[in-house]
Design a protein around this ligand. Structure first.
Ligand SMILES: Cc1cc2nc3c(=O)[nH]c(=O)nc-3n(C[C@H](O)[C@H](O)[C@H](O)COP(=O)(O)OP(=O)(O)OC[C@H]3O[C@@H](n4cnc5c(N)ncnc54)[C@H](O)[C@@H]3O)c2cc1C
Length: 534
């Protein structure tokens, strides 16, 4: 069963061993476990439903407190604080689980008739406050799309697959793999996020270097909007004016409900491998990944950790004896305190993949890159969706973990990393708290890279205080991103948490154009109000 107040499956635990706890204690002090609210206590905070009765939706909407609680929030840190402390300020008044486009249209008509706000929900993994019901008198209906999960059509000649947009990652891949295909889109939230969510938040998967971001994979689909049904056709290419896909991508539930999505799929790769390469310092490592990204090799993934992230990952990994041996070997090869770890993936035809790996190692070796083989890469692959459970374990020991991500051109990658880290590290000084901050480059482009920073801080054990700590940190790092000319989001979207910073990159005219677009499809502005636009 899925956890109602944390990440993932209740049966899966990620234990933090004693050495890892000692590492965190040394960095920011020992954590004090917090008393979580129970499910019953949180449900008791759900107020009676205000949805107006209407025969057209009879049997379509559930109003039980637990159903509404489980669909009330996403996975942002403020969402976690609300659930863990049982401070449920707002929740939808009801949840519908439509099974067809017709049912979605019925729900939209109902929402329009009664001026009900409507929040589409995919997997509920948003980390930026996309799913929160707005406060106020307007009733709120969440439309959970999990029952729209079928593969409708697979065109093996055009390599296109059409799915119900609520399909979650593992279900989508299983349906494709049974037929010899893959979408190849693996965000770290893969196990619980949905195809529709990926499209409307512009998500990016770990192997985007081979398969592309969701923008490249999404070819067309059906959006049910208050103004009618928008069908976005698929073409190999088109010069016929505005590309309607661009209206849907990044729309964050504001224009309508994406019910079907057609995506580009590829035959399952013959060969896939992940390797680890260490560098003596950041400068060498950053130069190496830039050259790799610009070399046009058939790589599937490049993920570069800075020195503190490398140290943190090795400290949290367990297997102290093995890690100790690895570190001694790396030190002999010149990779010491400032070492940086690169995960490098290749996939495709075996011969092409091996040629790409050889060519990549020819680029990394002159920069001091030490190739340590496949073992660590394969471990990374095994745990790629398990590491996120660390958030649960950290919380149990009194620590909160959050992340921010941006993207900039190569000339500014290093300074962005340093500025964001400096802002995060100092942000909680006014509370007398330290912040453990580390960064990796998660997606590499010829032009630049995404800069993904994680911060860990101690919980105060009080909802208001912890929310204040998070707000202070979030504001400090978001301001740093904007001041350095980075986008406010490379992959998580805008939601409510990034909306105040959007004007810095879109400008007032850009924002009003977006507003006009959504108003065209949704004149009453009932679709996911308060998200994306400030
Ligand atoms: C631990 C963790 C790791 C993550 N890793 C990554 C990562 O590697 N890469 C990445 O890109 N993101 C990542 N994310 C962020 C998140 O998973 C993505 O934003 C994802 O695309 C959200 O999909 P979802 O189905 O969960 O959408 P939801 O959270 O349910 O919804 C997000 C937004 O999309 C709207 N929406 C959802 N489905 C539809 C639909 N069918 N029609 C219209 N609107 C819809 C909602 O209204 C909401 O505004 C991570 C999140 C977590 C918690």
């Amino acid at each position: 069963m899925r956890r109602w107040n944390g990440w993932g499956d209740e049966a899966v635990e990620f234990a933090l061993h004693d050495e890892a706890l000692a590492f965190l204690a040394q960095r920011i002090g020992a954590g004090t476990p917090v008393q979580d609210a129970t499910l019953e206590q949180a449900c008791a905070r759900i107020t009676p439903s205000r949805l107006p009765p209407d025969a057209s939706v009879a049997g379509l909407i559930q109003t039980e407190a637990e159903v509404r609680l489980r669909n009330a929030l996403g996975q942002s840190l403020p969402d976690w604080l609300r659930l863990r402390y049982g401070v449920i300020e707002t929740a939808p008044d009801g949840v519908a689980y439509p099974e067809s486009g017709d049912e979605v249209r019925t729900l939209l008509a109902y929402a329009q008739r009664h001026n009900v706000a409507l929040i589409p929900q995919g997997g509920g993994t948003s980390v930026v406050g996309h799913l929160t019901a707005p406060a106020g008198a307007q009733p709120v209906l969440t439309v959970n799309l999990s029952r729209l999960r079928q593969l409708h059509y697979l065109d093996t000649e055009a390599q296109l697959a059409t799915f119900g947009a609520g399909v979650l990652g593992p279900d989508l891949e299983a349906q494709l793999r049974a037929r010899g295909y893959t979408l190849g889109h693996f965000p770290q939230s893969f196990e619980y996020s949905s195809l529709g969510g990926w499209v409307v938040t512009r998500s990016s998967g770990q192997q985007s270097l081979r398969y592309g971001r969701i923008e490249q994979l999404f070819r067309g689909g059906v959006v049910e909007t208050p103004a009618g049904t928008l069908r976005v056709q698929t073409f190999p290419a088109s010069a016929a004016g505005t590309d309607l896909r661009e209206l849907v991508l990044g729309s964050e539930g504001r224009m309508g409900v994406l019910t079907e999505a057609t995506v580009r799929v590829t035959a399952l790769p013959e060969y896939e491998a992940f390797h680890a390469v260490f560098f003596p310092d950041w400068q060498a490592a950053e130069t190496a990944v830039r050259l790799l990204a610009q070399a046009g090799l058939s790589l599937s993934m490049l993920r570069l950790s800075n020195p503190l992230e490398t140290t943190t990952m090795l400290a949290l990994a367990g297997h102290q004896r093995l890690i100790g041996m690895l570190e001694s070997y790396l030190a002999l090869r010149g990779c010491k305190q400032q070492k940086c770890m690169l995960m490098l993936g290749v996939s495709g035809q075996k011969r092409t993949a091996k040629t790409a790996l050889r060519a990549a190692l020819e680029i990394t070796a002159p920069l001091g890159g030490v190739h340590v083989g496949r073992y660590m890469g394969e471990k990374w692959k095994q745990n790629r969706f398990r590491n996120v459970y660390l958030r649960n374990a950290a919380w149990q020991h009194g620590y909160a973990i959050d992340t921010v991500e941006t993207a900039v051109d190569w000339t500014r990658v290093g300074s962005m990393m340093r500025t964001v880290e400096a802002a995060a590290t100092a942000a909680l000084a006014e509370y007398g708290e330290r912040v453990h901050t580390y960064t990796h480059l998660s997606h590499l482009y010829a032009q630049g890279a995404s800069v993904y920073t994680t911060f860990v801080f101690r919980l105060a054990g009080d909802y208001e205080q912890d929310l204040a700590r998070w707000r202070t940190l979030k504001h400090a790092v978001s301001t740093a991103i904007v001041s350095q000319g980075g986008t406010i989001s490379h992959q998580h979207g805008v939601g409510t948490d990034h909306a105040p910073y959007l004007a810095a990159e879109k400008g007032e005219l850009g924002l009003s154009a977006m507003q006009a677009l959504f108003s065209h499809f949704d004149p009453q502005q009932i679709m996911n109000p308060g998200k994306l636009l400030p």
